[in-house]
Ligand binder design. Structure first.
Ligand code: ARG
Length: 473
């Protein structure tokens, strides 16, 4: 028979006659991953202890002892002197049991009016709220890097693609700012996820509330929560905020992955539109000539992992009966992995964005070979010569076909051949109609790639960057 004084006794061991088997312990432990929650667990416990003192459950000496003990636990964990063991299951039991070792009987009072169910739900909320702040800072600086590169490349003309075929000339700033707006939406999505996380659930007890007049207003103000969950059953079992966090993470990673795919393609021999610095590429162990865009490929690969994390949580929650079920212990693995992966990927993206170099000479070749200004030529016939658009499309199509047959492009094909198709395909007017540079400036509709619209868009981006007042603690 074990006694409560046994070192190996569980904090919940009163009703058990036998020790947990090794497999129960190994399958049940979460300390190997939820030690990441230690700061939030201590934050929650400090607030809870102060509330217990307000309620008269702890006297002021006891409160002081508990707060001192919790500080000491924090120091031990941060200095690497804390002993973690799977026997104690999770971070909550580790903190409480070490507190009791340090401060004696008073440590055993801390869990009054609290369950691990509301405790872990609260810890995870605080964790997500705190880590989202870090993600937002990373998104801020990624957006600044995109803005800087866009400002530098306003006069760099590159091809824009549809169906991965050369479509129309664009300013490279337009390409970069497209990603700027994607990451702006991600930032807003994370802010939203942070708000849904920032709700007080502590004080819900195991699921039905607690047998004490607790003070949840006080807890909310201690933990800087925006509101208080009005239903204890929902409080302990709600993981919507984690879904939202993962939705935001998946959206961000899908944008990151698209950018990476563009970079992988554009830095290839065939496209040759951009160059990555040596420091962000790797060589091949066999092919001496290789310079591979691994960083972009890895981020593209990591986006699949984060999508998997979301799937993991959806699977976990679907069909789970109310309220707390131990399955929920597994929610943290998906969230922790997504947090680390998003932070690492955003850092990698920022490095790429800051260091990337465009090669407009290669872009020009593709634009010419790809007849990128064919639509501009058709629009010239429509605008200047009042030719109906369908007819103009047909005439330019014939010219392109003639070029392809003769291995020429719109710039090299002789005036004689052009005239044979349309009397308007001549002189200065024709050259202006097919010019790559002029093409971009003709796209002066709002949101287009003309220089004036680029300047306007950069200004909007700057305002968006400036509008953010991040509260860095
Ligand atoms: N480690 C557990 C988790 O992460 C804490 C809650 C345990 N609750 C329980 N009723 N066994 O979910």
């Amino acid at each position: 028979m074990k006694t409560p004084e046994d070192k190996s006794a569980k904090l919940w061991g009163g009703r058990f006659k036998e020790k947990a088997s090794s497999i129960m312990e190994r399958i049940g432990e979460s300390i190997s991953f939820d030690q990441k929650l230690y700061k939030e667990d201590l934050e929650g416990s400090r607030a809870h202890a102060k509330m217990l003192a307000k309620m008269g459950i702890l006297n002021s000496t006891e409160l002081k002892d508990i707060l001192d003990g919790l500080n000491q636990v924090e120091e031990e964990i941060e200095s690497g002197n804390f002993k973690f063991s799977s026997e104690l299951e999770d971070i909550h039991m580790h903190v409480e049991s070490r507190l009791t070792e340090l401060k004696g009987e008073v440590g055993k009072k801390l869990h009054t009016a609290r369950s691990r169910n509301d405790q872990v739900a609260q810890d995870t909320r605080l964790y997500v709220r705190n880590r989202i702040q870090e993600i937002l800072l990373r998104l801020d600086s990624l957006r600044e890097a995109l803005y800087e590169q866009a400002s530098k490349n306003i006069d760099t003309i590159i091809p824009g693609y549809t169906h991965l075929q050369v479509a129309q000339p664009i300013r490279a700033s337009h390409f970069l700012l497209a990603y700027f707006w994607m990451f702006t939406r991600d930032l807003e999505f994370f802010e939203f996820a942070s708000k849904t996380s920032n709700i007080l659930v502590l004080g819900s007890g195991a699921m039905a509330g607690v047998n004490y007049q607790n003070d949840r207003e006080f807890l909310a103000s201690e933990l800087k929560a925006d509101s208080i969950s009005p239903n204890s059953m929902d409080g302990v079992s709600n993981r919507d905020h984690l879904l939202q966090f993962l939705f935001a993470a998946v959206q961000t990673m899908s944008h990151a992955s698209r950018f990476c795919e563009d970079i992988v393609l554009y830095s290839s021999q065939e496209f040759g539109l951009v160059k990555l610095p040596d420091s962000l590429t790797t060589g091949s162990s066999i092919m001496p000539q290789k310079k591979n865009p691994d960083i972009a490929e890895l981020i593209r690969g990591k986006s699949a992992r984060v999508a998997g994390n979301l799937n993991h949580l959806i699977g976990l929650l679907k069909g789970l009966p109310l309220t707390y079920n131990r399955d929920l212990q597994e929610d943290k693995l998906a969230v922790f992995d997504a947090v680390e992966t998003v932070l690492l990927s955003l850092e990698g993206l920022e490095a790429m964005v800051s260091e990337i170099q465009f090669r407009p000479e290669r872009g020009e070749r593709s634009l010419k070979e790809g007849f990128a200004t064919a639509t501009d030529l058709a629009d010239f016939l429509v605008g200047e010569k009042k030719v109906p658009f369908r007819t103009a499309h047909e005439l330019v199509g014939r010219l392109v076909s003639e070029c392809v047959e003769r291995k020429e492009n719109l710039f090299t094909i002789s005036e004689e051949v052009r005239k044979g198709i349309s009397p308007y395909f001549t002189g200065e007017e024709y050259s202006k109609a097919v010019s790559l540079e002029l093409s971009t400036d003709k796209k002066s509709s709002y949101g287009g790639t003309s220089k004036s619209r680029q300047l306007e868009q950069l200004e909007l981006a700057k305002q968006s960057i400036k509008s953010i007042q991040r509260n860095t603690k």
